[in-house]
Design a protein around this ligand. Structure first.
Ligand code: NAD
Length: 482
């Protein structure tokens, strides 16, 4: 009797999406993968139907029921218009782990050929700047909130360790910008230090993200698994893909507790869409990751080896990876991979084991400090006044209130009292207003009184509490602040 087929939602996507999806599905079928496809739409087709999220309910329902999706690229308007349907899918299903393997492939010549690059970039996928919480605070000043949480970091770090174990890898580098963003990026570094002892046999290290980019170029072979935050990971995983031949061959998975979505790293390549020129390797290797995820290691290995043989022999490659002038099209390449099924390349497949995902309770994570005090507030103000004048008018308004003005900063640099140096000033000031002494609790009454007395005299758009948790300052100082 035939093995039952696993249901997978297939999203053919935009641009070259349908072409690379067709090619991938043909190779999977020929390679013996037991998959039943449930076709669904997202991206451009959904936007054109007026679905603002780019993700119709039927598509979300299909992924919720199969728990698995193979997705072609979806186009996103750049710098305007609706949010990315890709990001919506990742966030809707809480696909917090973006796994991007980067491996030198046979037959693909790059300046880094022969360096034995073989690493996995593990990127946090739902927090950080890509949470997409943005505001224009004044008519010319925009803000994007960078949210990084303790459990968000712990989940991705434990997933990175689980993946390292499953793939028999021995080193995990956590890469952050904790030297500058000591609280947000610093959370990831601190959690990394807290949990790394749970994984004997895997050597942890920390590398600052800009040096990580530098090291990836000068000595990429040193890396085994790299784990990092969302935007850092987006950038360095594209950089790393470039080392081994580019986006056309780079696969990825998006893993969460309830669902997993597999896709190419590249986009919809509108310039070559519909011409039969697209390279399906990235989506195909993503499908190989899907097969391993569902435990079909045999079909995964067979298809991966057929791709390696095809690349090694260099016959019927698509134009992006073929020798100059020797490129063929998607169909010829697909036929060649199918013809090579059953053959073994000189490049070994890794000995993959299932990734044991850490389990997280399905409840609101909340960690209250034992002691909570309020030191004051930062009030973000729109003003075209010079710092001295703004400070004077604020002090006048504050007369008789619980708060005193400690300093004004402009884009994070103290500009009143003057701290030396010369800042270009914009109409967005941070006023640090302190209570006479740290006050237990939230001081909401004092804050309400403060806002009442500033109403009409000062235009504010954002207030942050200056909190102390268990005796520790939970806010950053401005540049130059004493
Ligand atoms: P892109 O990846 O589509 O194209 C970059 C370059 O690589 C182009 O020259 C393209 O022709 C080439 N290329 C990409 N994939 C290829 C393939 N399989 N075979 C041969 N050549 C290939 O990047 P872009 O131009 O920045 O983005 C185009 C659209 O794709 C945008 O709307 C963007 O938002 C979207 N996008 C989607 C995803 C996703 O769905 N995950 C990822 C990135 C970009």
């Amino acid at each position: 009797m035939d093995t039952p087929r696993t249901k997978v939602t297939a999203i053919a996507g935009d641009g070259i999406g349908p072409e690379v999806m067709r090619a991938t599905q043909r190779i999977l079928e020929a390679g013996g993968a037991r998959i039943e496809w449930e076709n669904a739409i997202a991206g451009g087709e959904a936007f054109r139907k007026g679905i603002a999220t780019g993700c119709p309910q039927e598509t979300l329902d299909s992924i919720a029921s199969t728990g698995l999706a193979l997705k072609s690229p979806l186009e996103t308007p750049v710098g305007f218009g609706e949010k990315s349907a890709n990001v919506t899918l990742r966030k809707f299903f809480e696909l917090y782990g973006n796994i991007r393997p980067v491996r030198e492939l046979p037959g693909i010549r790059t300046p880094f050929s022969g360096r034995h690059i073989d690493m996995v970039i593990v990127r946090e996928n739902v927090e950080d700047l890509y949470a997409g919480i943005e505001y224009e605070q004044t008519a010319g000043v925009a803000e994007c909130l960078k949210l990084m949480s303790d459990p968000g970091c712990e989940r991705i770090l434990r997933l990175a360790y689980a993946l390292a174990r499953a793939e028999g890898r021995s080193k995990l580098a956590c890469s952050t910008k904790a030297n500058i963003m000591k609280m947000s990026e610093g959370t990831m570094k601190r959690v990394f230090e807290r949990i790394s002892g749970d994984y004997p046999g895997i050597t942890p290290s920390h590398v600052i993200i800009d040096n990580c980019a530098h090291q990836l170029v000068i000595a990429p072979e040193q890396f085994d698994v790299v784990v990092t935050s969302n935007m850092n990971g987006d950038i360095i995983s594209d950089l790393a893909a470039g080392l081994v031949g580019g986006l056309g061959i780079a696969p990825s998975s998006n893993l969460g507790d309830q669902a997993a979505m597999f896709e190419a790293v590249h986009g919809s390549a509108p310039q070559i869409a519909g011409k039969g020129l697209a390279n399906p390797t990235a989506l195909l290797l993503a499908a190989v990751m899907l097969l391993r995820h569902i435990g079909d290691f045999a079909a995964a290995g067979r298809i991966e080896q057929a791709v390696f043989v095809t690349l090694e022999e260099g016959r019927n490659l698509t134009g992006d990876i073929a020798a100059p002038g020797a490129g063929t099209g998607t169909d010829a390449y697909t036929d060649q991979v199918i013809a090579n099924l059953g053959r073994i390349s000189s490049m070994p497949s890794r000995d993959y084991q299932p990734v044991v995902m850490p389990h997280w309770a399905d409840e609101v994570w909340h960690q209250a400090p034992a002691a909570r005090e309020l030191v004051g507030v930062d009030l973000f103000l729109e003003s075209g006044e010079a710092p001295e004048a703004l400070a004077a008018s604020l002090q006048q308004s504050l007369s008789g209130s619980a708060f005193t003005l400690k300093m004004l900063s402009n884009r994070g640099t103290q500009v009143w009292p003057p701290a030396g140096g010369h800042s270009f000033l914009i109409d967005h000031f941070q006023a640090r207003l302190l209570l006479p002494a740290p006050t237990p609790g939230d001081a909401d009454g004092e804050i309400a009184e403060l806002l009442g007395r500033l109403a009409g005299s000062h235009r504010w758009m954002h207030l942050e509490k200056l909190q102390r948790f268990d005796g520790r300052d939970a806010y950053a100082k401005a540049q130059g602040e004493g």
